[in-house]
Design a protein around this ligand. Structure first.
Ligand SMILES: [Zn+2]
Length: 118
């Protein structure tokens, strides 16, 4: 028995520039319920992030976690100041629950839904 449910969450992040290839992102309402700071870095061919979400998807060449998304948004907005730039990232999750009600996985909206074999 599979039920799918949508959950939308707005994340507020403050993006600080360390240098042109490195940013510090402070997530004010992280998944963990308290502010968390991550480092988003350009490594020559892709952006990487120090968060656990990115670690899970690090094999995917173009994966952008919400912190990387926040950096992209912030870069568009500035004229760099020394201060952090506050941006909002909205993520929509499709959540699948398996038979025992446990949250099987949260997948990104763009992901093609997969059928789970019984
Ligand atoms: Zn991240």
């Amino acid at each position: 028995m599979i039920a799918t449910e949508y959950k939308e969450k707005k994340f507020t992040m403050v993006v600080y520039r360390i240098n042109e290839a490195e940013f510090s992102v402070l997530s004010l309402n992280s998944t963990f319920g308290k502010p968390k700071q991550y480092v988003v870095k350009w490594i020559g061919y892709k952006w990487i992030c120090s968060c656990p979400d990115y670690a899970k998807h690090s094999e995917e060449i173009d994966y952008a976690c919400k912190h990387i998304e926040a950096v992209f948004k912030a870069v568009r907005k500035i004229g760099w100041s020394r201060d952090g730039i506050e941006v909002e990232v909205v993520r929509r999750y499709k959540q699948k629950f398996n038979g025992n009600g446990r949250n099987a996985e949260a997948v990104k909206e763009e992901t093609t839904p997969t059928e789970v074999a019984a």
